[in-house]
Ligand binder design. Structure first.
Ligand code: NAP
Ligand code: ZN
Length: 350
């Protein structure tokens, strides 16, 4: 089936309207009419080839929500009309030790990303959610139980939500823990909400003085402007865990030195240029760790969606028409996102 999408033909070309093919619905497939798609900073990194290996045409988008329009004969978990989501993964081998543990994002045979992943479907790589519809294997489709009017604000949970939820759970953020969230963008603002909902004492770190009040409103107990050395020094040696969502290269020592003994700084941002090498002594003397984390598995994504539906948690969003995507990217580069752009996919028809 031919559907309207928005994508780029090269790193230095703007996104434009293109028609793409979606495969016929197979026995285990779910066809989804996409209502909304969140705009992740990864979309920008990928489409502008800031990371290696972008395949063109590139249609980004991995924060997909919509409604089921058809299901294959062997699909039992979904039916036409269901409200569903698709995140960053659309396939994995489903039989390695990582997949067996529900950690499809670490599939030893390589997962298939929602965009830029190798696939048998034309044009040989996956095309994402800046499109009218998508066909996805049932095991990679998520159920959404939020109220219908919250649907657009649920979209960012599919990447920003799970990418912050997974490390917060893995490093056991909860009551009695002091947790830092660095960077108040799409991921960071979800990190603040989720860490707060899990019961941790949350400190938000921002480079933007103007986001102070917003950070408190999102659920932070304290806010630190990271450019202010005095404010930073007041928190030395005090954190159990810090989640760093920053999308640009920066000095990590500023944050490792805020960890207590055995504390962990976990990186989820994937900047175009490497961070300066961290100070090893700052790690050794207090057995501090620097770690990384990649999105989350399918079961964990469902757990996060259900937790958020139960607690009434959604993202703070700014809705855009697809034709505004380049302007949205420029604002994202200036850290001017309040706090996630979400595309109204109905505008693809314009
Ligand atoms: P975003 O909305 O642009 O937010 C990033 C935030 O980082 C900005 O709002 C800003 O917050 C802060 N920041 C930006 N430039 C900075 C600089 N030079 N120094 C310090 N802080 C800076 O991006 P996002 O969508 O949240 O994505 C963040 C990163 O995570 C991207 O690199 C993305 O590719 C990556 N990502 C990783 C995974 C994963 O699985 N690991 C998943 C999704 C995304 P303040 O204004 O508060 O400083
Ligand atoms: Zn993302």
């Amino acid at each position: 089936m031919s559907v309207r999408a928005y994508g780029a033909h090269a790193a230095d070309k703007p996104l434009e309207s293109i028609d793409i093919e979606r495969r016929a619905v197979g026995a285990h497939d779910v066809q989804i009419a996409i209502a909304y798609c969140g705009v992740c900073h990864s979309d920008l990194h990928q489409v502008r080839s800031e990371w290696d290996g972008t395949r063109y045409p590139c249609v980004p988008g991995h924060e997909i929500v919509g409604h089921v329009t058809a299901v294959g004969g062997d699909v039992t978990k979904f039916k036409v009309g269901d409200t569903v989501g698709v995140g960053c993964l659309v396939d994995s081998c489903q039989h390695c030790s990582a997949c067996d543990e529900g950690l499809e994002q670490f599939c030893e045979n390589g997962f298939t990303g929602t965009y830029n992943g190798r696939t048998a479907d034309a044009p040989g790589h996956t095309l994402g959610g800046y499109s009218q519809s998508i066909v996805v294997k049932d095991d990679f489709v998520l159920k959404i139980s939020h109220a219908p009017e919250q649907l657009a604000a649920v979209a960012p949970l599919l990447c920003a939500g799970i990418t912050t939820w997974s490390p917060l759970r893995h490093w056991k953020a909860g009551p009695g823990q002091k947790v830092g969230i660095v960077g108040i963008g799409g991921l960071g603002h979800m990190g603040i909400k989720l860490a707060h909902a899990l019961g941790a004492h949350v400190v938000a770190f921002t480079t933007s003085d103007a986001k102070r009040q917003d950070a408190l409103d999102l659920g932070a107990d304290e806010v630190v402007v990271s450019r202010n050395a005095e404010e930073m020094a007041a928190h030395a040696n005090s954190f159990d865990f810090i989640l760093n969502t920053v999308a640009a290269s920066h000095d990590l020592d500023a944050f490792t030195t805020l960890l207590k003994r055995d504390g962990t700084l976990t990186l989820v941002g994937v900047p175009e240029h490497a961070h300066p090498s961290p100070n090893v002594a700052a790690l050794i003397f207090k057995r501090r760790a620097i770690a990384g984390s990649l999105i989350g598995g399918i079961a964990e994504t469902q757990e996060m969606l259900d937790f958020c539906a139960d607690k009434g948690i959604t993202a703070e969003i700014e809705m855009i028409a697809i034709q505004e995507i380049d302007a949205a990217y420029e604002r994202m580069l200036k850290s001017d996102v309040k706090y996630r752009f979400v595309i109204d996919n109905a505008t693809l028809a314009a």
